[in-house]
Design a protein around this ligand. Structure first.
Ligand SMILES: *[C@@H]1O[C@H](CO)[C@@H](O)[C@H](O)[C@H]1NC(C)=O
Ligand SMILES: *[C@@H]1O[C@H](CO)[C@@H](O)[C@H](O)[C@H]1NC(C)=O
Length: 254
């Protein structure tokens, strides 16, 4: 159940007397219909819409939070928190250009806290919003904990269309320390499986074709030993994530 009980919306609004001055055919002016005029006056209509919109977004956010909590419970129940992540081997798109580009594996995450996000460069608005959030989180943490240097990592779930060049260019809009990773279909599938990321790119996708890329939207926090710590969904705000990471770092140091 929602921890919030909706009260019936009460619009307390006095009807202003309507002064209709005209007379038609000598008849009496129509009696003003107080109730109708009162409730639907422009001011109360605006209030009604504002309150309604506010409640709509409040509940939408609550619902999203609940769904994410449930998804996290499901993840930890069926797989156990410590096992999330695991070995992977991908191409480091952010490395200085070379041929071939260096391989980046789970071992390269050791020694640093990292925030891992799975997405794709054609993602219309969710990925940029999440990558902006991660950028702000890393910047905030750099201010409060300058020695922490949390590593942001982007893993593409669209191996057919995302080349190292497109990922590198895409990430240049976000935090400069971002590391972008791509792999072939099998490597991508393996890393998604390790992180329990649902991914729908077909194995034989035509890069110029039209296909759906669906993926889970979580930012995964991994500790300096490469172990999974927490996953933050869209409904968790930047400030909440920053605060949680600071707590985890404190706990980890002890
Ligand atoms: C990946 O690229 C980044 C950015 O240039 C670099 O700092 C990092 O050392 C590279 N890691 C590996 C394993 O290639
Ligand atoms: C942290 O901030 C300092 C000063 O603004 C900057 O030089 C440094 O590169 C930043 N580090 C990271 C990891 O963003």
């Amino acid at each position: 159940m929602l921890p919030f009980r909706a009260r019936p919306l009460r619009l307390i609004h006095r009807a202003k007397p309507v002064r209709t001055q005209y007379r038609r055919n000598g008849s009496l002016p129509p009696t003003p219909q107080r109730n109708v005029v009162g409730v639907f006056s422009p001011a109360s209509a605006v209030l009604f819409i504002a309150v309604g919109t506010g409640m709509f977004f409040y509940f939408k956010n609550k619902k999203q939070q609940l769904l994410e909590e449930r998804e996290k419970e499901r993840m930890s129940k069926s797989y156990g928190r410590p096992n999330l992540g695991g070995p992977f081997s991908l191409i480091n798109c952010s490395a200085a250009p070379s041929d071939p580009l260096p391989t980046f594996t789970d071992k390269d995450m050791l020694g640093k806290w990292s925030l891992v996000y799975f997405g794709f460069t054609n993602c219309p608005d969710i990925c940029p919003a999440e990558l902006d959030k991660v950028t702000a989180i890393v910047n905030d943490l750099n201010k409060t904990n300058p020695n922490l240097a949390v590593q942001p990592i982007f893993i593409s779930v669209d191996p057919a269309r995302d080349t190292p060049q497109t990922v590198r260019k895409y990430l240049s809009d976000f935090h400069p320390s971002y590391i972008g990773l791509v792999g072939d279909y099998a490597q991508t599938k393996a890393v998604c499986k390790g992180y329990r990321v649902y991914f729908s790119t077909p194995p034989d996708a035509d890069p110029n074709g039209d296909y759906l890329v669906d993926h889970s939207i979580f930012v995964y926090l991994m500790d300096p030993e490469g172990k999974f710590v927490d996953a933050f969904g869209q409904a968790t705000t930047k400030d909440e994530v920053v605060e949680k990471i600071q707590q985890y770092v404190e706990e980890w140091r002890r």
